[in-house]
Design a protein around this ligand. Structure first.
Ligand code: URP
Ligand code: ZN
Ligand code: ZN
Length: 461
């Protein structure tokens, strides 16, 4: 079926104009200041977009859906996470495959694929987590790249669980360079984390508020500098995930100034929350425990500036959904304290609306930067050739966005599987009213219409 989106304000990362967009057979086939219905195929569906924005489908390049982590499993399934993503205007997710250290990469790749295939409502791809590097792993990583994966993920944190040692890091980067694959990296110095955690626990500092002091900005800065040195020595392309602070961004920029091919991601919690949330009374602060931690407010202002200037390339979520009542409580003081709180914040549903409401409507970023950071840059960096823009030949992934909508976030109404929202009660000034994915209307009036399994793995170059 063809769809004509008429009269909207079309916004891409580099352009903005009022016009019409025709979608046929899953692709965008015509863009013009006016396209008449009688010039379209019989049966074309008309969507009036006057007064609305027409954005490319948004891409979240850092989510966790299936995640065995810290003694539990993330709460969403691909069905719940992808439905929530679509309702929030995100049409493509890239998930981190996170094998245990003893697991075989190929088995993990197949396991993670099986969780999304035939289930996801939105399009998807994966970053292949490298948690071991030996002869067997190397051979299997080569095979995974042959099967179309174009990015690896390494953790310089989570000692003894997901983290790699320096030899593994070096060889992963070397292989990535050889294969033309980009390496995404969680940058924290794991020894500084584990030693600081032990010291705080020994002092009886067990509440969620101690999570941030256990991983201060120096820990993250040290991780980024470490990665920069290894990337410089191997020539690998790198992408720093969930950058939370000024020191992390600046350490990456120093690497870039030395010629390192590095991109920086931040995530929506760091742009909107600050560490006082994790300092809330009682155990409430556990809702805001993620790593790296949510920082002091001054870092938030710096991150918005860095996003505006382009030092920060992408805004993802690091969606990592754990229930408060049954999972975050694993880190109650009586259970061993903050080190046991499953790390992560659910936000895949509200990234786009939060970035629009608290970034665009406040004048912190332009509409073009918004589209670039939440869609186009991820498509470019991760080789999603037909995603991330509104152009003839691109996939017809289109969001008709209503800037006059007013609403509030609540766990009672959200579509993620978690029992809480870190943004409970927050006002939203805009929403994805209609969403097209490969030319099909998957969201209408803010409601999901997609069938389970409609999502497809994305071909990457
Ligand atoms: O706290 C976080 N970020 N949880 C998810 C796992 C990770 O490190 O990305
Ligand atoms: Zn991480
Ligand atoms: Zn993550």
């Amino acid at each position: 079926m063809a769809v004509l989106i008429q009269g909207g304000r079309v916004v891409t990362s580099h352009d903005e104009f009022t016009g019409d967009v025709l979608c046929e057979d899953g692709r965008i086939t015509r863009i013009a200041s006016r396209i008449e219905m009688n010039a379209c195929p019989t049966g074309t569906r008309l969507i009036h977009a006057t007064g609305k924005y027409v954005f490319p489908g948004f891409i979240d390049p850092h989510v966790h859906v299936y995640l065995p982590f810290m003694g539990t499993y993330a709460k969403d399934t691909w069905e719940t996470a992808s439905r929530a993503a679509l309702i929030g205007g995100t049409t493509t997710l890239i998930e981190m495959i996170c094998p245990g250290k003893g697991d075989e990469p190929l088995q993990a790749y197949e396991l993670w694929n099986s969780k999304a295939k035939g289930i996801s409502l939105c399009d998807y791809s994966f970053h292949m987590g490298v948690t071991r590097f030996d002869e067997l792993a190397e051979g299997q990583l080569r095979e995974i790249v042959k099967r179309g994966i174009r990015s690896f993920k390494v953790f310089l944190a989570y000692k003894g669980a997901l983290g790699v040692d320096d030899r593994e890091l070096y060889h992963t980067l070397q292989l990535a360079k050889e294969l033309g694959v980009i390496v995404t990296a969680h940058c924290e110095n794991e020894t500084l984390v584990s030693e600081t955690q032990a010291r705080l626990l020994a002092q009886g500092k067990l509440e969620p508020r101690w999570h941030e002091p256990s991983r201060p900005v120096r820990v993250e800065e040290s991780g980024v500098r470490h990665l920069m040195a290894f990337a410089e020595m191997t020539g690998a392309k790198v992408y720093i995930v969930h950058t939370s602070c000024r020191e992390g961004v600046l350490a990456a920029m120093e690497g870039a100034a030395r010629g390192v091919d590095v991109q920086v991601e931040t995530v929506i919690p760091y742009l909107t929350l600050d560490k006082t949330y994790a300092e809330k009374d009682g155990f409430e602060g556990a809702k805001y425990v993620m790593s790296p931690p949510i920082r002091a407010r001054e870092h938030q202002a710096f991150l918005w500036d860095a996003l505006r200037s382009g030092m920060v390339a992408t805004v993802a979520t690091d969606h990592a959904p754990f229930d408060f009542e049954t999972q975050k409580v694993m880190g109650l003081p009586a259970q061993g304290g903050f080190v046991k709180i499953p790390n992560g914040i659910p936000s895949v549903e509200h990234r786009v609306d939060l970035l629009y409401t608290y970034g665009v409507t406040t004048g912190k970023i332009s509409l073009q930067r918004f589209v670039e950071a939440a869609s186009t840059a991820a498509a470019r960096i991760f080789g999603l050739q037909r995603k991330g823009t509104i152009a003839v030949g691109a996939d017809a992934d289109v969001v008709v966005y209503d800037p006059s909508y007013r609403g509030r976030i609540s766990a009672k109404t959200h579509h993620m599987a978690t029992d809480y929202s870190a943004f409970e009660g927050w006002e939203l000034k805009g929403r994805a009213e209609t969403v097209l994915l490969r030319g099909e209307v998957v969201v209408e009036g803010g409601e999901c219409k997609a069938d389970k399994g409609y999502g497809k793995p994305v071909t990457r170059v």
